[in-house]
Design a protein around this ligand. Structure first.
Ligand code: NIG
Length: 403
């Protein structure tokens, strides 16, 4: 029996944007996949032979998106809340309770189908590595159920029991529950934990308690911070060595310095050393809540590694389109197209701690590749709002799009 993995050559690529440390672009290119991984990449004219050849028709290729921040485990509809917001109402954390009620009333079967449907939409849009959070359960049974369901669908699950204090419950009692029985029950299904450190959600002391307990339980950490106003979230994330702080709309100089300091022992040119806290910008959410866009340009200039993520959720960002996030980052946040794509691929992988496996196209890494129905990756921002995603490959297998 032949045990050599099958080889597939994707050729006739107009350009390959690799999202490696120096943003390499290979033109008139081909990529050889062997089994799950990239085995070779270079000029199509020098491509090796392969078991199967796919003609890309002069499309551009780039890494699959790594969406490091979503909340896909939900039921119900909050479109009227969005309409009210567009008419001038302010976003408030309390809307989470509306989703909690609808989700709690939804069976395992229906909830699993909803999560699977959203994950399939993300994949069709080029997302090949996907994180999602709990946080619409807010009770021991529901948070455990949501974590279990999510773990059957996505690549990584984050425990966000500390999303909102349920109505009628004392904030300290609920924080103790999150850090006690809830954490214990959810832990087998999750890799990370998160806390919504914000006015109307969890204060600094409660956030510290959650982060300490979850670290003690061996989970990686992240923080929802500085979304609705200035606050301690970002500095707490750095202090606790969190992999990411997400939202970061309201940062002052000391927040940006703290984030930059966390990257002091990281060599960006070789991508080696000790990774710090990634600042995850969520431009679709910023637009949908009419918050100031996160200062992505300033963060990059200060030496902070950033990620772009969709924050797909029913309250503040009901889209999983990473292409939309990339276009917005270029058009509105003043990132270059290369910086924006890198933030949506390698940046997301850094935030999830999987940068050695996914997030860039390099020999030896997993063959997570999206082809664009366009000759260059610049089209992602040049033609905003267009669905440019062509065939998508995950671990070397074509999982979406026409051949
Ligand atoms: O990331 N900020 C907190 N959580 C979500 C929104 C939750 C909701 O309103 O349903 C977010 O924006």
């Amino acid at each position: 029996m032949n045990t050599t993995p099958k080889t597939t050559l994707i050729t006739s690529l107009s350009e390959v944007f690799t999202a490696d440390a120096v943003h390499s672009v290979v033109r008139d290119a081909a990529i050889l996949i062997e089994g799950e991984n990239i085995a070779w990449m270079g000029s199509a004219a020098q491509a090796p032979a392969a078991d199967e050849v796919i003609d890309a028709g002069y499309r551009a290729a780039l890494p699959g998106w790594v969406d490091s921040h979503t909340h896909l485990v939900f039921a119900g509809d909050r479109s009227q809340e969005f309409v009210a917001r567009m008419a001038g109402q302010e976003y408030a954390a309390g809307g989470i309770a509306v989703t909690t009620k609808a989700t709690t009333a939804t069976s395992d079967y229906d909830l699993t189908r909803l999560v699977m449907g959203r994950a399939a939409e993300a994949l069709a849009g080029g997302t090949t590595y996907l994180e999602t959070k709990t946080g619409y359960g807010l009770s021991v049974e529901e948070e455990t159920r949501h974590a279990r369901i999510a773990s059957t669908v996505v690549d990584q699950v984050t425990f966000l029991g500390a999303h909102l204090v349920p109505a009628g419950m004392n904030a300290q009692d609920y924080t103790d529950l999150v850090c006690g029985e809830m954490l214990e029950r959810v832990a087998p299904y999750v890799q990370f934990a998160d806390v919504f450190c914000e006015r109307g959600a969890f204060n600094e002391a409660q956030s510290r308690q959650v982060l300490a307990a979850c670290a003690e339980a061996g989970l990686g950490l992240r923080v929802h911070g500085n979304q609705l106003g200035p606050g301690p979230g970002t500095q707490l994330a750095v202090e606790f060595g969190a992999k990411s702080v997400d939202h970061v709309n309201y940062l002052d100089d000391s927040d940006i310095s703290a984030l930059a300091g966390s990257w002091e022992n990281w060599d960006a040119a070789t991508r080696t050393g000790t990774a710090g806290t990634v600042a995850t910008c969520l431009p679709a959410c910023d637009l949908s809540t009419r918050q100031p866009l996160a200062p992505g340009r300033e963060l990059i200039d200060a030496g902070v590694q950033i990620a772009l993520a969709s924050n797909c959720n029913p309250g503040t960002s009901y889209t999983s389109s990473m292409g939309f996030c990339v276009a917005t980052a270029v058009l509105q946040m003043r990132l270059s197209i290369e910086e924006a794509i890198t933030a949506a691929t390698y940046g997301g992988a850094l935030a999830l701690g999987v940068q050695n496996k996914v997030g860039s196209l390099e020999v030896g890494k997993r063959a997570d590749i999206q082809l664009l129905n366009a000759p260059s990756v610049a089209h992602l921002a040049y033609r905003p709002g267009m669905n440019l995603t062509g065939p998508v490959f995950r671990a070397g297998i074509q999982v979406s799009g026409k051949p």
